[in-house]
Ligand binder design. Structure first.
Ligand code: ADP
Length: 282
């Protein structure tokens, strides 16, 4: 990948070594142009993914408040056919969800073959907010890294392509964004005192993210760190990761589509043949 930072499985993540301000040496206009080109490719790929029905795509987005998960979903999914997409947001678990294992609510909503599923937050909250706020004992959340890896292995073994993006903003950038929201009365509905409260635990969140990214970046479901202080760069980096991850599967989809085309044509030919034979008999 050119724009995102790939977490090589088995390596230790140190977020402070990764610049959230990265621009890849591009101007905003250049970045937007490249993004548009990736987006067009993604559009074509989604059509093949949908029609072939061989794989599902699951995009997992994580990040601190204001990191831009909503904006990324709006921009990166912008060109896709809504029929083939579904966004799932994970909030504070309900009483029923808490009465099950932590993956229960997640497994129920993973995308079926042919579909693109986007997770706005995910099962990673169960090793992030849950850890920072000690919502379960340490041995419980500690066991979850392996449980998450096993769950994601099951999904990838059964046809789901997983792309995990951590939107990396700086603490200063978060403050700017939170303050900007307060200035814009039309966006006051976005305000939350909770965002300021969570911000006080920034370092604890960073430690939790570092461990999650380190322990759960695998060959089959790697983590990508997306420099996200610049929104245009964030969108560019995510769209590149998606396009480059999906590209190797295109041959499979093409083969499935060719086989479908052959079968449909043969069916039609047999139908026409039958019709002609019927007409001759008359
Ligand atoms: P968002 O910030 O994603 O736009 P909300 O303001 O409704 O949406 O925030 C959702 C909240 O739910 C977040 O604070 C998040 O940490 C919390 N949450 C999500 N999953 C869990 C979980 N498994 N346990 C506890 N809290 C969770």
């Amino acid at each position: 990948m050119h724009y995102a930072h790939t977490v090589i499985p088995g390596t230790q993540v140190r977020l402070r070594d990764i610049d959230p301000d990265a621009s890849g040496g591009l101007t905003k206009d250049e970045g937007r142009e490249r993004f548009a080109s990736f987006n067009a490719t993604l559009d074509a790929m989604q059509e093949e993914l949908y029609a072939a029905g061989v794989h599902a795509l699951l995009l997992i987005l994580q990040g601190m408040d204001t990191a831009g998960k909503d904006g990324a979903i709006r921009n990166v999914m912008h060109n896709l056919n809504p029929q083939g997409c579904r966004v799932e947001s994970f909030k504070v678990p309900t009483e029923e969800e808490l009465a099950h294992d932590f993956l229960w609510r997640v497994h129920k909503v993973v995308p079926r073959k042919g579909m693109v599923g986007v997770f706005n937050r995910s099962h990673y909250e169960d090793v992030l907010v849950v850890r920072v706020h000690s919502l379960v004992p340490e041995h419980v959340w500690r066991a979850r890294y392996d449980q998450i890896n096993a769950f994601e292995r099951l999904l990838t073994d059964t046809g789901t392509i997983i792309v995990k993006c951590f939107l990396h903003i700086s603490k200063d950038e978060q403050e700017k964004r939170l303050l900007a929201r307060e200035q814009d009365v039309t966006k006051a509905w976005k305000l939350s005192a909770g965002d300021w409260r969570e911000r006080e635990r920034w370092d604890e969140y960073m430690a939790a993210y570092e461990e999650a990214l380190t322990r759960c970046s695998t060959e089959y479901a790697p983590w990508y760190i997306i420099p996200a202080n610049r929104k245009w760069y964030r969108d560019l980096a995510i769209s590149e990761v998606l396009v480059e991850t999906l590209r190797p599967y295109r041959d499979d989809w093409q083969r499935a589509l060719d086989a479908m085309s052959q079968a449909r044509l043969a069916e039609l030919k047999a139908f026409r043949h039958q019709q002609t034979a019927g007409a001759t008999r008359l």
